[in-house]
Design a protein around this ligand. Structure first.
Ligand code: NAD
Length: 256
């Protein structure tokens, strides 16, 4: 028996990076997985790699219409929902001084509104099932202060606060639905690969001045995050509710 045997999962942003690894690992542990992404070609390729127990659906997570369609197709193909991994997001450089309102709103629309819609419709589907696990990908940027990613940090902070609100709601209502957030530091994925080379002079100087090899050595592999997602998706974590789980190799620790 797999650790999430016969459970049904939706993973957003499953065409790349962490989401791809999540989908593959959940499927390997027995789940039937709906993979969603804007990137249709790559998403279909991952679903094909997984095989029969996977379904790819093209989705923009900031569209409520798309969420309703994903929920309907999940119901039709697999009969319900047990696990939702809100993972898709975008990252763009910008301090408070040079972030335009347009960029701010674009990032909130996907990284914050998109997660709200996923949680809302995911929870409604899980209620019919009587139980479930919602896993929200936040970031260390949602806990600490990162000058270079003002709008992204705010969106990830919103995800963490919303996660706690949902957990409180489920606890209060007696739902067996858990909602937790994950807070990684750097992960070796297309989102950050090459970021140090694409930034313009003056942007993120601390990273530009350091040896890129050293920076990447500090980064986690997508598999490291997927292992935590699998644990939170499984019943092994049944007593973990409203937690903010840092997965950062002790980023906030220091030796005195
Ligand atoms: N990579 C890191 O260092 C890092 C660190 C902390 C947190 N995170 C978080 O981990 C999660 C996964 O990131 P990743 O590094 O794997 O990124 P990635 O860029 O490799 O993958 C993100 C995927 O999301 C998809 N996507 C983007 N906008 C979308 C939308 N509107 N609708 C549907 N799909 C959309 C992209 O097409 C892509 O396939 C994100 O929430 C990210 O914020 C990443």
């Amino acid at each position: 028996m797999g650790r999430v045997q016969d459970k049904v999962a939706i993973v957003t942003g499953a065409a790349s990076g962490v989401g791809k690894e999540d989908a593959i690992l959940l499927a390997r542990e027995g789940a039937r997985v709906v993979l969603t992404d804007l990137n249709e070609e790559a998403g279909r390729a991952v679903a094909a790699e997984i095989g029969e127990q996977a379904l790819f659906v093209r989705q923009d997570i900031s569209s409520e219409e798309d969420w309703l369609r994903v929920m309907q197709l999940t119901q039709e193909r697999f009969g319900g929902l047990d696990i939702l991994v809100n993972n898709a997001a975008i990252l763009a450089y910008g301090t408070i001084e040079d972030t335009t309102l347009e960029l701010w709103q674009k990032i909130q629309k996907i990284n914050s509104d998109g997660y709200f819609l996923g949680c809302k419709h995911g929870l409604l589907a899980m209620k019919q099932r009587g139980a479930g696990s919602i896993i929200n990908m936040s970031s260390m940027a949602g806990i600490g202060g990162v000058s270079s990613f003002c709008a992204y940090s705010a969106s990830k902070g919103a995800v963490a606060a919303m996660t706690r609100s949902i957990a409180a709601h489920c606890r209060g209502k007696g739902y067996k639905i858990r909602c937790n957030s994950i807070h990684p530091d750097g992960i070796k994925t297309p989102m950050v690969a090459g970021l140090h080379t694409t930034l313009k002079p003056g942007q993120m100087p601390a990273v530009r001045e350091r040896d890129p090899k050293q920076i990447m050595a500090r980064f986690a592999e997508p598999q490291d995050i997927a292992n935590l997602v699998l644990f939170l998706a499984s019943d092994e974590s049944r007593f973990i509710q409203g937690a903010e789980l840092r997965i950062d190799n002790g980023y906030l620790m220091w030796a005195d």
